[in-house]
Design a protein around this ligand. Structure first.
Ligand code: ZN
Length: 477
């Protein structure tokens, strides 16, 4: 057995990271960036399979927690979009408009959904009559459109975004608050499987979802020392219900506005996995969602070829019947070296090499993508071996990324200390002016305070007020 510890993460400087990232997303065959509209890429089969595996997991979690799947239209009429003032203010400049059909101007301009509140909520008003219709818990997986003005980047900063959104309506504020907690639990389970440790931060007032009451941003740390938001969970209270007149009749016959929440994620999950786990050889995919979990590579020379290929086919069948996603790279015109290279670039979690030694010993040589070391196992109990290795790999990937996250959170007592690309924990009194002052002076964002809260003994970094909370200050990806 080899040494299981991998070298600690090497920090990649932002410049190099971008080049590396832009290269591996294509070389690993996740995406094709040559589509002639900026910020709109093609999902290649391997990339779409990966995203679909993440979506299936999310869908299962949603159904287990009583959500139902829906699909709303893409286009939203302007007058519906304009009902919630803060929402328009927040999304206004990012909206794509459809104003014409052929040569005719449309009576009411239509917009491509940037998110679906304003598509769904006019209909919620029709769906919800009495308390018996609550809670309403639905979700959809669709593409949304936002005119991103910064440099676009595959999966993390796109203009057409593959999006998951759950919307719920409840009778009371308490039930809506319980929903937020359920969403955070769902996220936590998912992030274990995706190997994405994170901070759940209650955003500042000026950074919350437009029109909502408060937002919990779920942030993972990239090797660049910048936080990437991978999910957003939002408490709306009755803000949208009042704008869209979504009311229910309670047991006493009173009409009351519903309390709403949403939970959103996107293809950014893929971007975070690539960024956090990738290395100089390519991407590294968590076993739970990898399109191919195991790749078998026959190493054939001369007259044993047929026997080795038969041996590999049997291994494949054995693993497949246990529900493991496995393939064989039996291309005749490729050398083993280039097959290894491709399996590494694509982040396939486990590689099984089979040559004449393995054939003779009735064994396999196994290589875990995150470690790169060879280990020999008997084919006896092969399924259990593979399952155990995948489980270990998932745990190790999560743990290493978690160590990286917590090693890069630094307490700062003075603005002058804030110089590196790290996450700084600072005191903040909660005052907006103070917070924005800190952001300006440090050229960083206050990403919020931990949702579950924490003890903190320092005063506000800006005004010195002793009654301060711990806030997390970092550059945003
Ligand atoms: Zn202050």
């Amino acid at each position: 057995m080899g040494n299981k510890e991998k070298e600690p993460y090497e920090k990649v400087d932002s410049q190099y990271y971008s080049e590396w990232y832009n290269e591996v997303v294509e070389k690993s065959e996740l995406t094709d960036k040559r589509y002639p509209v900026k910020g709109m890429n093609i999902w290649k089969p391997y990339g779409w399979e990966l995203m679909s595996n993440i979506d299936s997991r999310t869908e299962k979690q949603m159904r287990e927690t009583g959500h139902q799947k829906v699909k709303f239209p893409l286009l939203i009429p302007e007058d519906e979009f304009q009902k919630e003032a803060d929402h328009i203010k927040g999304f206004g400049d990012e909206v794509y408009w459809v104003t014409r059909a052929g040569s005719n101007e449309l009576d009411i301009p239509l917009l491509l959904r940037p998110t679906s509140e304003t598509a769904m909520y006019p209909v919620f008003d029709l769906w919800i009559r009495s308390h018996a219709d609550l809670p309403l818990k639905i979700f959809q997986m669709v593409n949304v459109f936002r005119y991103e003005t910064k440099q676009t980047r595959a999966f993390t900063r796109m203009r057409e975004i593959h999006f998951f959104e759950a919307h719920t309506c409840h009778e009371t504020a308490e039930e809506a608050e319980e929903q937020i907690k359920e969403d955070l639990e769902i996220m936590e389970q998912l992030s274990k499987k995706l190997c994405l440790p994170n901070l759940e931060l209650k955003r500042t007032e000026w950074d919350k979802f437009p029109g909502g009451e408060y937002t919990v941003g779920v942030d993972s740390l990239l090797p660049t020392g910048r936080l990437l938001q991978i999910a957003g969970i939002h408490q709306y209270k009755t803000n949208f219900a009042e704008a869209y007149d979504i009311t229910y009749e309670d047991e006493e016959g009173e009409h009351r506005p519903v309390h709403q929440t949403t939970y959103g994620m996107s293809a950014r999950l893929v971007g975070a996995i690539i960024g956090i786990h990738g290395d100089e050889k390519g991407i590294v995919l968590p076993p739970a969602i990898a399109p191919i979990q195991v790749r078998i590579i026959p190493i054939t020379y001369g007259d044993e070829e047929d026997e080795i290929l038969k041996y590999c086919a049997d291994l494949k069948e054995n693993l497949e019947s246990a529900g493991i996603r496995v393939d064989i790279d039996d291309r005749e015109d490729e050398r083993p070296g280039s097959k290894f290279y491709e399996a590494e670039m694509k982040g396939i979690p486990l590689r099984i090499d089979v040559g004449s030694n393995e054939l003779e010993d009735e064994s396999i040589t196994l290589v875990r993508r995150d470690e790169g070391e060879k280990r020999e196992y008997s084919i006896e109990g092969l399924v259990e071996t593979i399952e155990k290795e995948m489980e270990n790999m998932e745990e190790d990937m999560y743990r290493k990324a978690e160590e990286f996250l917590y090693d890069n959170i630094v307490d700062a007592e003075d603005i002058a200390d804030i110089t590196e690309e790290k996450v700084y924990r600072i005191g903040w009194c909660g005052d907006r002016e103070c917070g924005q002052n800190i952001e300006e002076r440090t050229d960083r964002h206050i990403l919020g305070t931990l949702y579950e809260g924490e003890e903190f003994e320092r005063g506000c970094l800006n005004c010195g007020d002793e009654n301060a909370d711990a806030a997390y200050l970092c550059k945003k990806e």
